[in-house]
Design a protein around this ligand. Structure first.
Ligand code: C5P
Length: 313
């Protein structure tokens, strides 16, 4: 059977749906109080960047997930996988059987602070929504997304957005169309998000006064000015100090920002991926090459943002 024949829908079966979903970085991340539900109150600015995972959903008689790429052979493909959870939850909400064959092509590293798992959940939601023709509104989809994880609603939305609550309440940032250039520096091993949040609690309980990120106003103003030098001075992340405490060698990667002439370097979300801001695409390519030569990271990717959220392609 050739590729075209394989893709042809069988009688009564929906055509396959392919969805592309970006990674996110946090341009601003302020961690507030620990809430009774175990989450922290957040004020964040999410930014979707052009590093993508892809999910293809086909009709099936059960719910299955296969994958290739980053983390294949390590990432569990069972009920604990966020893509499976997303498909099941959507089926529950729409009162239909959760039947689909999902295939994930993964580029976003696992446990990298780039919301890779949440991205896959967002992609699975959008893919199954189209495959099953549920007719749900974007708002309803965002509600289901929030049940899966704090970052999932943003990955359905994409662009640049303010996140509040535990991060699940998102509203687009109305910044003029401008493309920002970034270099992502990937680490060998992931960091556990709950452990990084636990470390910030421990540090606060012990009176270790990490510099707390201020309001996002400066950053939002910098985005409007389209000047990377100004934006560089406003990037902040309250999770950076706890991530560095858990993984001190990341300091070498961050410190490399000066040597490689980046405008700024910051840890993405709960880490360990480090993000460097570049003035333009040539600058980004030069930063990536210097980082690779210096051996302070596993590998790099040059990306741009903002880009759209999970979309059928
Ligand atoms: O929402 P999500 O499942 O992605 O969160 C993963 C973990 O990160 C939570 O279980 C919690 O430990 C921590 N977290 C937090 N406060 C947030 C978001 C996440 O403490 N606002």
């Amino acid at each position: 059977m050739d590729e075209a024949e394989r893709e042809r829908p069988r009688l009564g079966r929906a055509a396959p749906v392919r969805v592309r979903v970006p990674a996110k970085i946090n341009l601003h991340l302020r961690v507030g109080d620990l809430r009774p539900d175990g989450f922290h109150e957040l004020s964040t600015v999410y930014h979707a960047v052009s590093l993508y995972d892809e999910i293809t959903a086909r009709s099936g008689d059960t719910l299955t997930l296969t994958m290739e790429g980053e983390g294949a052979g390590h990432l569990p493909l069972d009920e604990s996988n966020l893509a499976i959870r997303a498909a099941r939850l959507l089926a529950e909400h729409t009162g239909r059987p959760p039947y689909a064959r999902l295939h994930l092509r993964k580029n976003i590293p696992i446990a990298g602070g780039l919301a890779g798992g949440s991205a896959d959940a967002a992609a699975a939601l959008v893919a199954c929504d189209a495959l099953w023709n549920t007719g749900l509104t974007r708002d309803h989809l965002a509600d289901i997304a929030a049940e899966i994880g704090s970052d999932v609603p943003f990955l359905v939305l994409g662009g640049t957005a303010l996140g509040t609550g535990r991060g699940e309440r998102v509203s687009p940032v109305l910044a003029p169309g401008h493309t920002w250039h970034w270099v992502l520096a990937f680490a060998d091993d992931g960091l556990s998000t709950p452990e990084v949040y636990a470390e910030i609690d421990r540090r606060r309980a012990n009176g270790i006064a990490d510099a707390v990120a201020g309001e996002a106003d400066m950053l939002l103003a910098a985005l409007r000015q389209r000047d990377p030098e100004i934006l560089a001075a406003t990037l902040v992340n309250d999770l950076q100090a706890p991530a560095l405490a858990l993984r001190p060698e990341l300091m070498r990667t961050l410190m490399a920002a000066d040597d490689v002439d980046a405008l700024a370097g910051v840890i993405s979300g709960s880490g360990p991926t480090c993000v460097f801001l570049a003035a333009d695409s040539r600058h980004a390519a030069a930063i990536a090459a210097s980082l690779e030569r210096s051996g302070v990271c596993r590998s790099t990717a040059t990306v741009t943002g903002p880009v759209a959220g999970a979309r059928v392609v």
